[in-house]
Design a protein around this ligand. Structure first.
Ligand SMILES: Cc1cc2nc3c(=O)[nH]c(=O)nc-3n(C[C@H](O)[C@H](O)[C@H](O)COP(=O)(O)OP(=O)(O)OC[C@H]3O[C@@H](n4cnc5c(N)ncnc54)[C@H](O)[C@@H]3O)c2cc1C
Length: 410
């Protein structure tokens, strides 16, 4: 039995490795090189406390105001609005209170598994040194700002995620580089971070090939199928025979799903980072400041500042003014931050309007599977996605109900 996994981002590579370990002959097909898509430059956070649906009214009610603010945390390029409308209508539909409760539970069910799935994977691939276990600090200037984020904390409490509220003195002891403006913080001890998410994919790909997995560089442009899958066809003319095919091509999965007659409402939520190699400060914890909508993560050789969402489609040129805004905001929290020796980057978060990924067998074609749409949490969900999808594909019983993540739920 040969399984072709399309896309060597963190999702496809982790899954290819899991399937190889279960004895499948696996071909991982990648257009550009493992880890060069969204998985290259994400904020490196194992963000188990961030599964809340983006369609919460507290978020979308702010969208009109943000749209008028060029420095706002969400930006929709006006020219893209007509194309975005069907996705946005589904996003609004996902904001009904009863739907929100379901989506929260579906995100939490994945996040509750994350460490159980990730740590053994890092151990068996000798990649434990890639993770920092300090946790993440969520920042607030005062009690009023904290109260405004209360909904987030209440959802975490409901699902039993640990957190600790700390005051000025403890903040100073844990993170002396933070501004005295910060009066209150919440420590999320489970939100660990990777030293270099790109290197993680590269090293997992190496482990995969060491186990006998095959990586082919090429762009998939068509499929051969009957009742089941027969082969994938590459742009350079090659044909790769496969009885099973997994679409794990990040935001590009939408195009492949359309070719396969199973369209999915997948959009890119574009995000930016600035990797600063000489920040002039050193940090142990990652930080987020919900009211300012940015994140800072200590990474290999420096720190990474990022965040924001830009809805502008796959092809529009990056607008790096958005990264500069996040650095400006990060300086409010980190007054001694210097921005020297830095690079800027933009990537495509593959996002469904209901925030929940698709991890599913095709509803139409035998031997076809989808693993995509992990949105803001692709790195976080990768090991769990691999565990659950490997169960689905090999016919084992997954440890959670997979129906909510099905491809035909839209
Ligand atoms: C700014 C930013 C910050 C983020 N921060 C975090 C974070 O802190 N924590 C977290 O958990 N997540 C974070 N994310 C989200 C995370 O990066 C993504 O969810 C994740 O990388 C998606 O992985 P993927 O493998 O699905 O997609 P990708 O990494 O995009 O991989 C898809 C691959 O498929 C290949 N491909 C596409 N089409 C074809 C084809 N036809 N043939 C062959 N190959 C093809 C592409 O070349 C690409 O390599 C962030 C994202 C961004 C942009």
């Amino acid at each position: 039995m040969t399984t072709a996994v399309i896309g060597a981002g963190i999702i496809g590579t982790t899954l290819a490795y899991a399937l190889r370990k279960r004895g499948r002959d696996v071909v991982l097909i990648e257009r550009d090189g493992p880890g060069k898509g969204a998985s290259y430059g994400n904020m490196a956070s194992i963000a188990v406390t961030e599964f809340m649906p983006a369609s919460r009214p507290s978020i979308w009610k702010q969208i009109p105001g943000w749209m008028l603010d060029p420095e706002g945390p969400v930006r929709v390029r006006p020219a893209y609005m007509p194309k975005l409308t069907p996705w946005f209508l589904r996003f609004i539909a996902a904001s009904r209170p009863s739907k929100l409760r379901e989506l929260e539970a579906q995100g939490a069910a994945l996040c509750q598994r994350v460490h159980e799935d990730l740590l053994p994977l890092l151990r068996e691939t000798s990649l434990e040194g890639e993770i920092s276990k300090e946790g993440c600090l969520s920042l607030y200037t005062d009690e009023a700002e904290f109260k405004a984020d209360r909904e987030h904390i209440e959802i975490l409490e409901r699902f039993g995620f640990p957190y600790e509220v700390i005051g000025r003195q403890a903040i100073k002891a844990l993170a002396p580089e933070l501004s005295t403006k910060i009066g209150l913080a919440v420590l999320f001890p489970q939100n660990q971070s990777m030293r270099n998410p790109y290197q993680l994919v590269v090293k997992l790909a190496e482990r995969f090939t060491a186990l006998g997995g095959q990586i082919e560089q090429g762009e998939v442009i068509a499929f051969e199928r009957g009742e089941g899958m027969h082969a994938v066809l590459l742009k350079d003319g090659r044909r790769i025979a496969a009885d099973e095919v997994v679409i794990a091509a990040g935001v590009y999965s939408a195009k492949l799903a359309r070719m396969l007659g199973e369209p999915i409402p997948l959009e890119t939520e574009r995000g930016y980072h600035t990797q600063i190699m000489k920040p002039g400060i050193s940090m142990k914890h990652s930080i987020i400041w919900p009211a300012r909508a940015f994140m800072v993560t200590p990474t290999a050789g420096g720190i990474r500042v990022g965040g924001t969402v830009e809805m502008a489609g796959i092809d529009a040129a990056p607008d790096y003014r958005r990264s500069r805004v996040t650095v400006k905001r990060a300086r409010e929290a980190l007054p001694n931050l210097k921005c020297e020796d830095f690079t800027e980057w933009m990537g495509h978060r593959p996002a469904f309007p209901d925030t929940v990924p698709v991890m599913s067998a095709s509803a139409k074609t035998k031997g076809l599977f989808y693993a995509t749409g992990h949105g803001h949490l692709g790195l976080t969900y990768a090991a769990t996605n691999a565990r659950l999808m490997a169960d689905l594909i090999t016919g084992a019983k997954p440890p959670i109900d997979m129906k909510p993540y099905s491809v035909d739920r839209f």
